[in-house]
Design a protein. Structure first.
Length: 152
């Protein structure tokens, strides 16, 4: 994990909007949704999953609400690391390639969050496989556990 851990010490988790992306039909692409399944039990009003609704329709509205001080995006990615590796960063760079089919432009979301004077953080896990109709890998299950330890 990277040095952004202080983020969670300075912001109350109930003041964070968690946006979780993924596709359960594409193996490790389910990472964000797997985190969402567990995180929603702790923060039911703060977790937004594209599995439940089209986040792109109301993402801007949620980001601009006063009841959130920070936005965390959680998704599976390809950044050339070992499968299951977790990247925690506020820097959205070109080497981070989301694997989901969503059309949410991460750099623009980060910019919008910062315009609102809020904190931004991206949490991604390196996928091993995104083959259709396959189960998530052991590495992704372990990555989910790592992320939950960070967030709770």
């Amino acid at each position: 994990m990277s040095p952004s851990l202080s983020f969670f010490h300075k912001i109350e988790p109930s003041r964070i909007a968690f946006f979780c992306f993924g596709n359960r039909d594409r193996a490790d692409d389910a990472f964000g949704l797997m985190v969402s399944d567990k995180l929603v039990k702790l923060y039911p009003k703060n977790v937004f999953s594209e599995e439940c609704e089209d986040i792109s329709i109301f993402l801007v509205d949620i980001i601009s609400k006063d009841n959130y001080d920070a936005v965390v995006i959680i998704d599976s990615i390809d950044y050339g690391a070992k499968p299951g590796s977790v990247l925690v960063t506020a820097d959205i760079s070109d080497y981070i390639r989301p694997l989901t089919s969503h059309s949410i432009p991460l750099p623009q979301i980060k910019e919008l969050v910062e315009i609102q004077k809020k904190e931004f953080l991206f949490i991604g896990a390196q996928a091993k496989s995104v083959e259709f109709m396959q189960e998530p890998s052991l590495e992704i299950h372990e990555a989910v556990d790592k992320v939950l330890k960070l967030l709770t």
